[in-house]
Design a binder for this molecule. Structure first.
Ligand code: CMC
Length: 451
């Protein structure tokens, strides 16, 4: 792995020089191996948010943020999104290559055999408040799986890792659909294994004991495409969370629960729901997209244009391009007009031609069109991020497995630049200064909410 390229760090005060190896990837930026930096110099690097840090090596997903390229195991996302199926992509991400016909059939059969949840797990849902967000339930239920499958918790055993991965991949749509059913007070609908992954998910979300759900093949194709587009995205926040949790040798159910938690935030997967909230607000308050853009730009209210910008993409997110086309095709096919789509397109047009967004390289990301597309499929807004989680499950699992199997694998333990107090002496209570940090009114409110 070591490249002949070497880097020199010079302490300009003392003139001391330190050398570091360069490491070449197969594609993309090379890295400077600074793992010996502290030993050699007594210094740490400082990189909040890891904007310049490669935390691991990986063979799974490649992104070129400048050119807007995304590849899973070397295959362009556009080809996979338009020609493959989600389970085929799952196989590709987990095993490194597209499956042969028999491997594909076998894999699909295995996944189908794990779709059911243990009946006791289903009891867990009843402990949640009726108005709980499906993501809150998913975090709890996925974590709870670790109390059920003791036969696959030895993460050092490759067979256990594989069985646990198959289980999680198969059960995630069931878990998400049941969270939705619970939140709307409908009976849970069990998986039907003759259906494919996307159809089964739609069936579990929308069938009722009184009415069969007629699967629209177009809806099913789009749902599958959404799963593919969300399947992996290298070391994003939730994947890094899964890797960090897994680095302590925690079991995969616990790690995935941590990943779902991280995904929920509106800077990450929660953005697809936030895009629709933003558009609804524009419609509700009869705002002009132009005025809304100005509000974002003036930064006074710290409003961000949701579904825009990305840490890695400094050009149009290739996933957003695919979804924009699918959105337009769907609306043409269904012959429907949508105020949301009109507003989204106007916002996009304004932002792409505005200096603020141009200078900061802010383009639509995957969440900009996925929300509008999901809304057109009649998917409730609270299910947008759970759908992202269902799609991303395979990415989390593949990255977790890759990490455990990496010879350089170590527990994740970043260091810090300490800026706090030092060497203080303990004071008895009467000797301390009063500091009012609690607001009484607010405290009363939280007591009431706790009942
Ligand atoms: N609207 C307005 N200004 C923005 C936006 C936005 N959406 N995104 C970034 N900026 C500005 C930001 O204010 C900052 O300006 P300045 O340099 O003047 O301080 C500059 O651009 C750089 O922003 P940053 O927050 O340092 O960039 P980041 O790489 O840390 O953040 C991001 C990336 C995705 C969190 C951010 O672009 C954002 O908050 N976007 C909106 C939320 C969103 O759509 N998230 C989904 C991301 S894609 C799917 C996923 O990963 O789950």
């Amino acid at each position: 792995m070591i490249d002949e390229k070497r880097f020199k760090l010079v302490d300009t005060k003392t003139g001391k020089e330190y050398e570091f190896d360069g490491i070449k990837g197969s594609i993309g930026p090379d890295v400077i191996n600074i793992s010996s930096l502290y030993k050699k110099t007594g210094l740490f690097t400082y990189d909040p948010g890891f904007t310049s840090t490669a935390a691991c090596n990986s063979k799974i997903t490649y992104i070129d943020g400048e050119k807007g390229i995304l590849q899973y195991r070397g295959y362009p996302i556009e080809e996979l999104a338009n020609s493959s199926s989600h389970l085929e992509v799952c196989y590709l991400l987990m095993h490194g290559e597209l499956p042969s016909e028999s491997d594909k059939n076998e894999f699909e059969e295995i996944i189908k055999n794990h779709t059911l949840l243990n009946e006791q797990i289903i009891q867990f849902y009843r402990g949640f408040r009726r108005d709980a967000h499906p993501m809150a339930m998913m975090i709890g239920i996925v974590g709870a799986l670790s109390s059920f499958y003791h036969d696959s918790l030895n993460i050092e055993d490759p067979e256990h890792r594989m069985i646990a991965s198959h289980r999680i991949l198969a059960k995630m749509p069931t878990i998400a659909a049941m969270a939705y059913k619970y939140s709307v007070g409908q009976p849970f609908v069990y998986p039907v294994n003759k259906l494919n992954y996307a159809d089964n998910f739609l069936h579990m979300c929308f069938a009722t004991p009184t009415k069969e759900y007629e699967i629209n093949p177009l809806f099913s194709k789009i749902m599958d495409q959404i799963f593919i587009l969300h399947a992996d995205h290298e070391q994003n926040a939730s994947t890094s969370t899964v890797r960090t949790a897994g680095s302590s040798l925690a079991n995969p159910y616990a790690c995935l629960s941590a990943g779902i938690s991280s995904l929920w935030g509106k800077s990450h997967g929660g953005a697809n729901e936030a895009v629709i909230d933003m558009i609804d607000e524009i419609v509700l308050n009869d705002l002009k997209p132009k005025d809304f853009i100005e509000e974002v730009k003036n930064k006074k209210n710290k409003i961000r244009l949701m579904g825009f910008g990305h840490r890695v993409y400094k050009s149009y997110d290739p996933r957003a391009k695919v979804l924009k086309k699918s959105t337009e095709d769907l609306f043409k096919d269904l012959k429907i007009k949508s105020k949301e789509l009109e507003i989204a397109k106007e916002i996009e047009e304004l932002a792409l031609n505005d200096t603020y967004f141009k200078e900061k390289n802010l383009y639509p990301n995957v969440d900009f069109y996925s929300g509008i597309l999901l809304k057109a499929l009649d998917i409730p807004t609270t299910m947008f991020t759970p759908i992202f989680a269902v799609g991303r499950t395979v990415g989390w699992l593949s990255q977790w497995k890759e990490m455990i199997e990496d010879e350089e694998f170590k527990i994740t333990r970043p260091r810090q630049l300490f800026t706090g107090n030092k060497d203080k002496s303990y004071k008895k209570v009467p000797d301390r200064e009063k500091k009012s940090i609690f607001n009484l009114l607010w405290l009363k409110k939280t007591f009431l909410n706790n009942q």
